[in-house]
Design a protein around this ligand. Sequence first.
Ligand code: AVJ
Ligand code: FE
Length: 420
Amino acid sequence: MKFKSINSCREAIYQGLQRCRTGTLALFEGINHDTFCRQVHPDFSPIGWHLGHIGYTESLWLLNRCARKPPAFTEYQRLFAADGLPKVERVYLPTLSEICSYLDTVREQVLDYLEVAPLDEQERLWRWLIQHESQHSETVSFVLQLQRWQMPQVGSLVASGLPNQARASYPPLKQSEMIEIPAGEFAMGNESIDALDNERPVHKVYLDTYWIDRYPVTCGQYREFIEAGGYRETWWWSNAGWKWLSENPVNQPLYWAEDSAWDNHPVCGVSWYEAEAYARFVGKRLPTEAEWEKAASWDETALCRRTYSWGEELDAHRCNHDNAAGQTTPVDAYPPGQSAYGLQDALGNVWEWTSTWFDGYDGFVSYPYAGYSKAYFDGEHRVLRGGSWATRPWALRCSFRNWYHPDVRQILSGFRCAKS
Ligand code: AVJ
Ligand code: FE
C-alpha cells in the first residue's frame, strides 16, 4: 500500500495508473527498433509514438496544468503532442529505453503529486488519463496486429495461451439466431466518475420493437457472402460502399483465414461498408448505437442499466479482452457474459460497427478538451461499440463509444446485424 492513510479514491487511482502501465509496457517486450518506429498504415502512428504520447499527455495534464510545474523534456513536446507533427513524421523516435525512462520520470513525479492532489476536484481527470493510456495502448495492439499479419517474423502479440473456456466450441451454434427486444424506454449513456464526455448525460430513449443478432457475425456466416460473390456484386453495396470498394479492391476481411477452424470466430477487420453490404445480403441492417446499447446493457426487470452486460464487475471469464487471448475467440465462448436480454459476446472480442454517425448526446459538454470528442462530430465517423480482444479494462463498458471513419478496417472491427 503506497498511501498510509486509508483513502480509497487515491488508492484506486494509484492501482489503475500502475496496472494500466504494466499492460502497456508488456506490449513492448521484445520489440525491435524497426517495429517500434515503423508506420504500417497512413492512418496510424508508429507504436513508439503512442508510448511517448502517453507520457506527454500525462505530464501535460497532471504536472504542468494541475501541479503547475514548468514543462520538462521540451524536445518531446512537438514530437508527442497530438497536434504536433503529421503522422508520417512521427517515425524519427528516441529508443524504447529512452522513452521508457521518460515515462518513468513523469510517473514518479505524478505519483508524488498524487499524494497531495485535490482529488475532489481532479478525480475525473485522473480517471480520464488512465482511459487515455488504455486507448492508446489498444491502438498499439491494432498496429502490432497489422505488423504481425504483414510480417509474421514480428512474432505474436502476447505470449499467452487461450483461456480454457475460450477454445473452439463448434458446431452447436445457431449463428443467425436473433433476439426480440420489446418496445420501450431505456436509459442510455453513463454518468459515473469514469464517464467520458461523449457518454454523458444519461438520457431516456424510446425504441420500437426490434430484433438483433444474438452473436456477432462469424467468419462461417461471412464466407457465404464471399462465396456468393459479395465483393463482386454491386447490388449489396451502397453508393458510398461501392465507391470505397472500387478504390480499395479487397475480396475478404483484413484478418481472414480460409481455415474452417475459425468459422465460429467473429469476422475481424472489416470496414463499415463491408458490414453494411453483408447486412443487406442477409436481409438485415446494422443496429443503431441505441439498439446496440439497449440490448447489451438494459435490465428490463430491474429497470436499470448495467455497466457490463452481466452486471457491475469485470473479470476475465466474462469476455475476451485485455490481450488475454491475443486473438479473437468463438462468439459463444463466454456464456457468463450475456446480457439480460441474452445478447452474447457484446463486450470484447471485436468492435462492432453501428449505423450511427458519432455525435454528442443532447446536453453534451466537452471534457477535458474539445479535441477529444467534439472535433469528430463531423458526420464522417461511425460509432463502434463493445471493445475488442485488445481493449483494456478501463475502456471496456456498454456505454463506451468508439468512432472511426467508415473506411477503416485496421481496428479489430466486426459487427452484428439487426432488423425492425
Ligand atoms: C476514440 C480511439 C478514436 O485514438 O484517436 C486518444 C481516442 N483521443 N487520444 C483515438 C483518443 C485522444 C481516439 N479514439
Ligand atoms: Fe491521445
